[in-house]
Design a protein around this ligand. Structure first.
Ligand code: NAP
Ligand code: F7E
Length: 344
């Protein structure tokens, strides 16, 4: 019989890509979905996988709900992708973020431990835990210095996974994933915010893109590659922690310039800090402005990952370069705006 997997955060970017991957590998996939008045299934529909999975109602704040879902489904593998994942929001909702992203993981581990479950557990750890980085590039041995309530909550989750692995011999693994993007990325994250806004600007539906710190540097990969790495981590003989990254870092400013270029816009940058603007050389219009409302109380200035361990142990390497990823995202948003088919 084929394997079964429970994916939490099924409605998010990674949930959709991972569901597609596991269904294609012959898994029976259960999608743990937060229930509200309306269900968010657009990403699963876009990848054509909605009808190939079974959804189950799920809430990381509810121990009894987690317990009944895990007992009912009894999966071979659990991928915990659910989280309040937006760093900016975590400064406005720190307690909620701590409860979902930190204690939520403990709830899941406690349920699995009390069931005596042999399920393999994947935790979505993050490069945000490196925060104010102690060395560059960052790898599994780099000390952490989280810079947001999100990162602090994820660090708790990370260490509780290590603790349950060491204390109870559970197969609990963390993937320390650097930023990964796609046309399915949430619209608040900077890459998608940029591609969506520029696609609107060239089609006359928006005037200006307002952003925060354009000097921040990120190691951006393609989400489709990263879910393959998650799966490989759970196929190993032993649980462990792995960094997934591309090994290349790019400024937000340069991502904007490249996205604009993909739409035939030639940007000229001017000014510094809050005065920074970018003008479209052809029309002479300012189309990018820095707005301090998007600055964070504490910022992660630079992330650059070293995924040598994943390459060595998992045979994992990213296949999509940033240029291709940028093109893919820009084209998808251009078409969505043109066809009036924007759903997320
Ligand atoms: P995402 O698109 O924001 O998806 C988050 C998912 O979590 C959504 O399905 C959301 O459901 C669900 N969720 C939120 N709160 C919940 C709760 N209280 N109970 C149950 N489900 C809840 O995130 P993503 O980009 O796919 O990332 C997946 C995971 O990897 C997250 O844990 C994120 O923190 C982590 N991570 C992401 C990156 C990255 O670059 N993408 C890098 C490192 C780590 P709704 O649809 O109901 O909101
Ligand atoms: O910001 C800067 C911002 O929100 C990237 C999540 O998936 O990856 C993501 O977290 C950088 C930051 O992602 C805007 O200040 C400038 O320096 O796209 P982001 P993030 O904070 O790196 C990690 C690995 C996760 O784990 C998270 O879940 O871009 N920035 N101007 C902006 N960011 C946003 N969102 N909006 C702006 O206007």
């Amino acid at each position: 019989m084929g394997k079964s997997a429970l994916i939490t955060g099924i409605s998010g970017q990674d949930g959709a890509y991972l569901a597609r991957l596991l269904v294609d590998k012959g898994y029976k996939v259960y999608g743990a979905q937060r229930r509200g008045a309306s269900l968010n299934t657009a990403r699963l529909e876009e990848l054509g996988v909605l009808n190939e999975i079974e959804t189950v109602p799920f809430e990381l704040l509810e121990y009894a709900n987690i317990s009944s879902v895990l007992n009912q489904v009894a999966p071979d593998e659990v991928y915990n992708l659910a989280a309040q994942s937006f760093v900016g929001t975590s400064f406005d909702q720190p307690l909620y973020t701590g409860d979902v992203d930190g204690m939520g993981v403990l709830r899941m581990l406690e349920v699995l431990r009390s069931m005596g479950s042999k399920a393999r557990f994947y935790q979505a750890s993050t490069s945000e835990m490196f925060g104010k980085v102690k060395e560059t590039p960052q790898n599994e041995e780099t000390p952490f210095h989280p810079r947001s309530p999100y990162a602090v909550a994820k660090l708790y989750a990370h260490w509780i996974v290590v603790n349950y692995r060491e204390s109870y011999n559970m197969f609990a693994t963390s993937g320390i994933l650097f930023n990964h993007e796609s046309p399915l990325r949430g619209a608040e994250f900077v890459t998608r915010k940029v591609t969506l806004a520029l696609a609107r600007i060239v089609q006359g539906e928006q005037d200006v893109l307002s952003v925060g710190n354009v000097e921040a540097e990120r190691d951006w990969g393609f989400a489709g590659d990263y879910v393959e790495g998650m799966w490989r981590m759970l196929q190993q003989d032993e649980p462990d922690d792995y960094v997934l990254a591309t090994g290349r870092t790019t400024k937000v400013r340069d991502f904007i310039t490249a996205s604009a270029k993909a739409l035939d816009l030639d940007l000229e940058w001017d000014g510094e800090g809050e005065q920074t603007t970018a003008t479209d050389k052809k029309s002479g219009k300012v189309i990018v402005r820095v707005d301090p409302q998007f600055f964070r109380p504490a910022e992660v200035e630079l992330l650059l990952g070293d995924a040598a361990k994943a390459k060595d142990k998992l045979g994992w390497e990213p296949t999509v370069q940033l240029e291709e990823l940028t093109e893919m995202m820009v084209r998808a948003d251009y078409d969505r705006i043109k066809n009036g088919s924007l759903k997320f």
